[in-house]
Write a new protein. Structure first.
Length: 145
């Protein structure tokens, strides 16, 4: 009889290389409401952090542009990258984000989900989505007057 192994892989956490850690942390913490759960601060400067937003997480690390382990991207770092955050209520998230001064697209229904999109300072696209019965293509302005 075959014994099933215990679950080993627990979570996938996006790891974003960022060009300006202070700007990125301000965007994610002040703008989106993330909390810093872990951080690495050699010489008193924040170099890496693990952020949590409810049940989701992501990591940020500023890339060095000179010296050991330096990296110079050939284009915008976040170009072509989209992370989808599944929410209980994407419309609530949208309202909270814009109340904090974050730019977000007007929510619309795509694939039976409300979707609002944001772009962080390095060009990473963040989609916040939640299930809905509203018709495909509906825009928030059409239902909330």
């Amino acid at each position: 009889m075959e014994t099933k192994a215990a679950m080993n892989v627990k979570q996938a956490v996006p790891f974003f290389k960022v060009s300006n850690m202070e700007e990125s942390v301000r965007y994610y913490v002040d703008g989106l409401g993330c909390q810093i759960r872990q951080k690495w601060e050699p010489d008193g400067k924040l170099r890496w952090c693990w952020l949590a937003l409810d049940g989701a997480a992501l990591m940020l690390q500023e890339f060095p542009t000179a010296g050991h382990d330096s990296w110079k991207p050939s284009g915008p770092v976040g170009e072509g990258v989209t992370i989808c955050f599944i929410c209980d209520d994407a419309l609530q998230f949208y309202r909270e984000a814009i109340a904090r001064g974050v730019e977000a697209s007007e929510p619309f229904v795509g694939n039976r989900m409300w979707v609002t999109s944001l772009t962080d300072p390095d060009g990473y696209r963040l989609d916040f989505e939640s299930d809905t019965d509203a018709p495909e293509g509906t825009r928030l302005g059409e239902v909330s007057g």
